[in-house]
Design a protein around this ligand. Structure first.
Ligand code: IMP
Ligand code: MG
Length: 234
């Protein structure tokens, strides 16, 4: 490219320092901005091209399954980058765990409307973390004898993933940090952010969770805007 590495990094960091947040939150709730709206747009375009190329010509439209709720925003952007013919389906799974980690106990809470027998299926997931959700989902799908099942995840937290679970298409591999935005939530918050950022640990460390991941005691004290309140709460 035209810019050398450090120039590009400085330009990028300056741009990232400029991010704005909606009124329902303060900027300090985001510790680091990981991917900007522009980064994500570019990555979706590339993933779309990869998926187009991988399927080539199909005799029946590809069945694309969006996993609710987290993948909704990614799904909406990704399908608009595809040139292959496809139809939409939705599924939802819940996994029991604390607010920031999932457990192995996964349950289907929304099932498909369509028969996927002898069809090519692409699963769209927001994030692959332990892999418990994806593993369970793939098993459920295979029982219905589709022709093929592939997976695309926007983010892959590789450190935590159980052996034998991976995705065919990956947006980015990320470290084991809790991220929000672009569909990803913490306690149902932050899904509408147009970027992906690391949630500041003080936001969830002061919060008690119950077994189903909902918040029991969410009275977290927010720092004043501009106070630089990034340090963990006492
Ligand atoms: P897994 O079963 O551990 O792979 O977790 C998958 C699900 O957990 C994802 O579909 C997300 O809903 C959620 N999840 C995992 N990591 C994060 C995160 O960093 N932010 C928000 N949600 C997450
Ligand atoms: Mg979630």
């Amino acid at each position: 490219g035209g810019l050398c590495g450090w120039r590009r990094r400085i330009a990028r960091n300056a741009r990232m320092g400029d991010f704005e947040v909606p009124n329902f939150m303060v900027k300090e709730e985001i510790e680091t901005l990981l991917y900007s709206a522009d980064d994500i747009k570019e990555r979706c375009k590339a993933l779309g091209a990869q998926i187009d190329a991988a399927y080539g010509k199909l005799d029946k439209p590809l069945i694309i399954i969006c996993t609710l709720k987290g993948a909704a925003v990614f799904f909406a952007d990704l399908v608009r980058e595809l040139h292959i013919d496809h139809v939409w389906e939705f599924m939802s799974f819940s996994s029991y765990g604390t607010g920031t980690t999932s457990s192995g106990a996964v349950q289907m809470v929304l099932d498909l409307k369509m028969d996927i027998g002898d069809r090519d299926v692409l699963v769209v997931e927001d994030i692959l973390d332990t892999g418990n959700t994806l593993k369970y989902m793939i098993k459920q799908l295979h029982a219905r004898e589709p022709r093929s099942v592939k997976t695309v995840v926007l983010l892959h937290k590789t450190e935590m993933t159980i052996p034998g679970v991976s995705a065919d298409f990956v947006g980015w591999q990320i470290p084991n940090k809790f991220v929000v935005g672009y569909g990803l939530d913490f306690a149902q918050k932050y899904r509408g952010l147009p970027f992906i950022g690391v949630l500041a640990p003080w936001v969830y460390k002061k919060t008690d969770k119950v077994a189903d991941g909902s918040i029991l005691n969410g009275d977290v004290t927010l720092p004043q805007t501009g106070s630089g309140g990034n340090s963990p709460a006492p």
